[in-house]
Design a binder for this molecule. Structure first.
Ligand code: AMP
Length: 188
């Protein structure tokens, strides 16, 4: 059973690592960012409402986010576990997740905190913007996403550390080395 939450700034490699582990552990990679990007591209109701937040790097309001996480974590393919990437992103989301997982009787193993220095994160995001054409990987949006991360998401490090649920991993290493570290975390 693998249930992990990935925490870290944008560009820390959460998505890259979650995708790799998802293949290795045969559990779904659940990225709220991917769900929102798909919704925006498909111009669904959710996408239309979420678009401006993604473009500026603000958090999509909890009123739109919590419901979709509940829906995703109650889907049939999550019975063997999941890897959560990009959720929770603030204390209210973390409390919601606690309640939801209690209700579903799905305790998670730990929160992986991917540590990467700011300058590395910025360089990676600028590069990704060029390679993948992600519209939120532009310099001003990147700056705002880091600000939002610091103000809203970073407090979750202490939130989980105080509960002895945090495992920090050095994300400033080659992708394969980070994956090896993470496999040790899931298969100690
Ligand atoms: P990500 O791909 O995780 O960096 O997310 C891209 C964007 O999607 C973020 O900048 C937010 O606008 C939005 N987003 C993703 N996850 C969340 C979340 N848990 N709560 C609110 N907004 C989110």
């Amino acid at each position: 059973m693998t249930r992990l939450i990935f925490l870290g700034p944008p560009g820390a490699g959460k998505g890259t690592q979650a995708k790799k582990l998802s293949g290795a552990c045969q559990v779904p990679h659940i990225s709220t960012g991917d769900i929102f990007r798909t919704a925006v591209a498909q111009e669904t109701d959710l996408g239309i409402k979420a678009k401006a937040y993604l473009e500026t790097g603000e958090l999509v309001p909890d009123a739109l986010t919590l419901g979709l996480v509940r829906e995703r974590l109650t889907a049939a393919d999550t019975s063997n576990g999941w890897l959560l990437d990009g959720f929770p992103r603030n204390v209210a989301q973390a409390s919601f997740l606690d309640t939801l997982l209690q209700e579903l009787e799905q305790p998670f193993e730990c929160v992986v905190n991917m540590e990467v220095p700011d300058e590395v994160v910025i360089a990676r995001l600028v590069q990704r913007g060029k390679e993948e054409g992600r519209s939120d990987d532009t310099e001003s949006t990147i700056r705002n996403r880091l600000k939002v991360y610091r103000e809203e998401t970073e407090p979750l490090i202490d939130f989980y550390r105080n509960r002895q649920q945090l495992v920090s991993v050095d994300g400033n290493k080659p992708v394969e080395e980070v994956t090896e570290e993470l496999i040790k975390v899931v298969q100690p």
